[in-house]
Design a protein around this ligand. Structure first.
Ligand code: GAR
Length: 195
């Protein structure tokens, strides 16, 4: 079974869906731990309730200390994939290179449009008629790297920021697991074939 770590900073609804899908056998992976950049992240409670070990990354002691802790835990748990699910910190080149092409991120817009924070609000306020969700591998830039999948979300004249957020999150919860299933299944097949 592929060992993964999920990193969060907030509500953790994407993490919750991923963990549940692992538990249901819909995703061939085991979530070794959930790491949070914030000690009071709502998602930490969700992870604990699901019986997943949690770690707070000590960003208040500086980025180097936090990333040292992260790399140590990834190694200790023999983590193969790092799944960013609303993780609002930029990983340094050292971490990205240690897990090259093994860090996945989800972003609530059709990248390269609207990277960074508040992407749903940015798209809504810009007035685009179509926005969406992107899942991509992480490189050294923000919300950047090879795109694995995208799904569009139409913005109707009746949408408010709240209704749009709901539509985008619903797509996120579906799309992330679909993409991860493909990545982890490929991994499992490689292991079986002894590659
Ligand atoms: C999600 O919409 C995710 O795409 C976004 O944070 C939200 C986290 O929600 N990530 C980014 O904006 C990355 N730049 P969640 O904590 O409920 O999963």
């Amino acid at each position: 079974m592929t060992s993964v770590a999920v990193l969060i900073s907030g509500r953790g609804t994407n993490m919750e869906t991923i963990v549940k899908n692992c538990k249901l056998g819909k995703l061939p992976a085991n979530v070794a731990f959930v790491g949070s950049s914030k000690k009071d992240a709502e998602g930490l409670v969700k992870a604990k309730n699901l019986g997943i070990p949690t770690i707070v990354l000590p960003y208040d002691e500086g980025k180097d200390t936090a990333e040292e802790k992260l790399l140590e835990e990834l190694k200790k748990n023999q983590v193969e994939w790092v799944v960013l699910a609303g993780f609002m910190k930029i990983l340094s080149p050292k971490v990205v290179r240690s897990y090259m092409n093994r860090i996945v991120n989800i972003h609530p817009s059709l990248l390269p449009s609207f990277p960074g924070v508040n992407a749903i609000k940015q798209a809504f306020e810009y007035g685009v008629k179509v926005t969406g969700v992107t899942v991509h591998l992480v490189d050294e830039k923000v919300d950047h790297g090879p795109i694995l999948a995208q799904m569009p979300v139409r913005i109707s004249p009746y949408d408010t920021i709240e209704t749009l957020e709901k539509k985008v999150h619903r797509i996120e919860h579906y799309l992330y697991s679909e993409v991860l299933k493909e990545l982890f299944t490929r991994e499992l097949n490689k292991t079986r074939r002894g590659i």
